[in-house]
Write a protein that binds this ligand. Structure first.
Ligand code: ZN
Length: 299
């Protein structure tokens, strides 16, 4: 297994195999890539572009994909996945970022959710395709990823939302279509608490079974603007990591706003001596060895 940070700040943290920097998160702001951090780019979830081009927002029978539309689990504004100017601009942007960092980890590569997108252009493209609605969406998503693959000469990792069953109907994603273009997949499993690790362990097993490339999962440590009393307890993350690790996944990333929050997390994990001892019978010594390696890092 490999272990990485997943940071909104351009700062590496000692004690990890690699670091991923949120060059362009879904809020749409862009920061320069870092030569020794992988670059995370959200494509269609993009509040800044949605504000500048409100007519590019994804449409559906249940309304547009503004983050205020409670019919969907949209946490940010999501653009139509066939908007040609945005697609072209993002291709150039992704290529440029890839040249200034070791590789690209993508988020938000797909249609907003079920029923999207019903804008005039999408309706026309769908009818012209002669395909079913779902198959047309699948083709749009896959073809765009193929175009991105041609532009990215180094590592390309495709981010997925944690739905192993309905990603095709909801987002236009076919896992097998995307596997040839991906060096790995990253399934984001963000939550403000992990009190019941059983569910996350099940999702890890499901994705490991389905995906034909290495599987990373990303866990939530501390998000921008979070109240410290409302983030996952370090002990939950320790248990969760061991239980995820024993499913055979290939790596874990830890999300935080600042590098210092990862540092605090490392110190807290090192302090959880009894818990780490108790987890020795859980069947994933590799994760425990990784946590133990921090004893030297945080000294
Ligand atoms: Zn559309």
């Amino acid at each position: 297994m490999k272990f990485g940070t997943y940071l909104f700040e351009a700062k590496k943290v000692p004690g990890f195999d690699f670091d991923l920097f949120r060059v362009k998160p879904e809020v749409g702001r862009r920061l320069p890539p870092i030569a020794d951090m992988y670059s995370n780019i959200a494509i269609f979830g993009d509040n800044v572009t949605a504000r500048n081009h409100p007519d590019w927002i994804s449409q559906s029978p249940l309304g547009p994909a503004w983050r205020t539309n409670d019919n969907f689990n949209v946490r940010w504004d999501i653009l139509c996945a066939t908007q040609p100017e945005h697609r072209a601009e993002q291709l150039d942007y992704i290529e440029d970022v890839s040249k200034h960092s070791p590789g690209i980890w993508l988020n938000s590569i797909h249609f907003a959710d079920h029923g999207h997108c019903t804008c005039a252009r999408c309706n026309e493209l769908w009818k012209k395709s002669g395909l079913s609605w779902f198959e047309w969406r699948r083709k749009e998503v896959t073809n765009y990823i193929a175009q991105i693959r041609e532009r990215v000469k180094n590592e390309l990792v495709i981010g997925l939302l944690p739905d192993p069953v309905n990603s095709y109907e909801r987002f236009g994603i076919n896992f097998d279509d995307l596997a040839p273009y991906a060096d790995a997949f990253n399934v984001v499993m963000f939550s403000k608490n992990y009190a019941t690790p059983w569910y996350w362990e099940m999702l890890c097993r499901a994705f490991k079974k389905l995906l034909k490339k290495p599987v990373y999962v990303s866990f939530y440590v501390f998000g921008p603007g979070d109240n410290p009393a409302e983030v996952p307890a370090p002990s939950e993350l320790v248990t969760l990591s061991v239980r995820a690790g024993r499913t055979g996944i290939d790596g874990i990333l830890y999300l935080a706003d600042k590098a210092s929050q990862i540092w605090d997390f490392q110190k807290a994990v090192v302090d959880r001596v009894e818990l780490r001892q108790k987890l020795k019978t859980y069947g994933c010594q590799e994760v425990l060895d990784f946590f133990a390696s921090w004893e030297k890092v945080v000294e």
